[in-house]
Design a protein around this ligand. Sequence first.
Ligand code: ADP
Ligand code: ASP
Ligand code: MG
Length: 319
Amino acid sequence: MKILVQKFGGTSVATLESMKMVRGKVVDGLQRGNKVIAVLSARAGDTNRLLALADEWSPAPDKAECDALVSTGEQVSISLFTMLLKDAGISARSLLGWQIPVTTDDDFGRARIRAIDSGRLRELFHRYDVLVVAGFQGSTADGRITTLGRGGSDTSAVALAAALDSAECEIYTDVDGVYTTDPNICSTARKMDRVAYDEMLEMASMGAKVLHIRSVEFAKKYKVPVHVRSTFSDDPGTLVTQEDPSMEAVLVSGIAYDKDQARVTLRDVPDVPGMAAAVFGPLSERGVLVDMIVQNTSQDGHTDMTFTITRKDLPQTLE
Ligand code: ADP
Ligand code: ASP
Ligand code: MG
């Protein structure tokens, strides 16, 4: 049984019209002789709307309840899409993370996938040609719903492809591949035919949101070729894959940016052993991820210490 994993992002599933384009891509996958797992994101804007609701209701929304709430965006898109498939005579059913299950740790809001029951999915393919899976979500060993972090549907898709030995994972989005930088910001960005896992990891870690960083980590670890392409065209897209000799010659392959950053500077910090631990220890205990750290040379036994964090962690960090 050949199983193809195809993932469709928020803009691809936003409207009835775009979902029909998605159906076209799934039919194409079937016609190429595959059973298909279609991993869907929430419809564009839905996840933001749900997060805003949580913030309206509570000054510090409970993380586990927040995951139970935001994961519903994907429940909407998978059920609507499965209706479309069935109306076209395709045998399909939808599956939430816990119904597979996709088991994760309990780090709510940015959970990591621990295991996927691929046996159950293979069994379901005896009855269905297409399984429509909710991206971005899983459940803990004791049955609580988790989410994998913003953009996490890419990771759901690549993890499923790895678990099912899929020959390739197709990531369909609103651009037709990976560019040298964000094509929506820079009109002279060039599309790349191939990108090595390590280069893609670097770009994703710096904010190129076309692929969720953990999806690239999974792809590299399990050697899953990832094919980034557009839902709205038939262009060949970009293959994210192992490095080959022709790719090694490239010195700079892309530029990434991230607008979601905050920079904090502590002035006049005593330059004594243990000071860095005293600053970063409490941040780490609260789960604040510190990215870049710069410390000036010491003057009169004092120094400035600058570091970057994601913007949402700023209030906690200042506290
Ligand atoms: P989806 O909802 O399909 O997951 P995303 O919005 O998460 O789509 O990712 C696609 C977006 O990533 C593009 O619309 C583009 O603006 C942005 N992007 C940032 N850097 C790049 C890049 N180097 N190449 C292509 N797209 C990029
Ligand atoms: N719906 C989630 C988000 O908006 C996951 C995803 O789109 O990949 O972040
Ligand atoms: Mg995305």
